[in-house]
Ligand binder design. Structure first.
Ligand SMILES: O=P(O)(O)OC[C@H]1O[C@H](OP(=O)(O)OP(=O)(O)O)[C@H](O)[C@@H]1O
Ligand SMILES: O=c1cc[nH]c(=O)[nH]1
Ligand SMILES: [Mg+2]
Length: 214
């Protein structure tokens, strides 16, 4: 498991700004910070992907380098995942992409919910590197449901899960249910509250990025 908060870097400043209740009023900055964390996390993740030796022709000769054998598939969950996804896509700029519409559906007045999923589109995943990106890993139920739904497009060679803020409960859930997936996290917080929100977390990432919904 990789965690930005376990080492010193600028990523922690961007995450601090995402959490800051005053800076959150600036939606553009909130979205851009999700994107910036996505960019930095994409770079860290790129270090464990397979590369091949390659030659590139310059105006003056031939340079030897290593390039990714194949670009990954980036998959995200709307809404909050969109700016984070864009950060990954800025760096994996030739990636293929998948999008999923999934959200917490509340049946009644209580806090219990089912993950509703009503839109999914993606490329053939057979043998690919799949990176599931969603800024909030709370209970882990959204990611788990989306991972299984994605398998209709084929079995990936490896799967990475990227989140900005995670709860210990969500991490434990995914480690039990999806032990084959590698986790890339910005920070691990204290706990979930009674509404299954991460504490201290940052609040509702989708609303902060795009505005309240009814
Ligand atoms: O780990 P979980 O308990 O499943 O919760 C995490 C989910 O909650 C958020 O989305 P939300 O349902 O708020 O939708 P939104 O992005 O449209 O606001 C977040 O982006 C995750 O998808
Ligand atoms: O803390 C949380 C949990 C789920 N979704 C969010 O946006 N925040
Ligand atoms: Mg939300």
């Amino acid at each position: 498991m990789f965690v930005f908060a376990h080492q010193s870097s600028l990523a922690n400043q961007y995450i601090a700004e995402l959490r800051d209740v005053n800076l959150q009023k600036d939606r553009l900055r909130f979205r851009r910070n999700l994107e910036r964390v996505g960019e930095l996390m994409a770079y860290e993740l790129s270090k464990v992907l397979p590369y091949q030796n390659t030659k590139v022709e310059t105006p003056l000769g031939i340079a030897e380098t290593q390039l990714l054998i194949r670009q990954p598939v980036l998959a995200t969950i709307m809404r909050a995942g969109l700016p984070f996804h864009q950060g990954f896509l800025n760096y994996f700029d030739h990636a293929d992409n998948a999008f999923v519409g999934a959200y917490r559906g509340y049946a009644s007045d209580d806090d219990e919910f089912e993950i509703e999923m009503d839109y999914i589109v993606g490329p053939d995943l057979t043998g690919r590197t799949l990176i599931l990106v969603d800024p909030m890993l709370a209970t882990g139920r959204s990611i788990e449901k989306v991972y299984h739904a994605m398998l209709r497009y084929g079995i990936p060679a490896q799967t990475h899960i990227a989140a900005v803020i995670a709860s210990p409960e969500g991490i434990g859930f995914l480690q039990e249910r999806l032990p084959q997936c590698r986790l890339w996290l910005g920070a691990i917080d204290e706990r979930l509250n009674d509404h299954y929100y991460i504490v201290p977390g940052l609040g509702d990432a989708g609303d902060l990025a795009f505005g309240p919904k009814v």
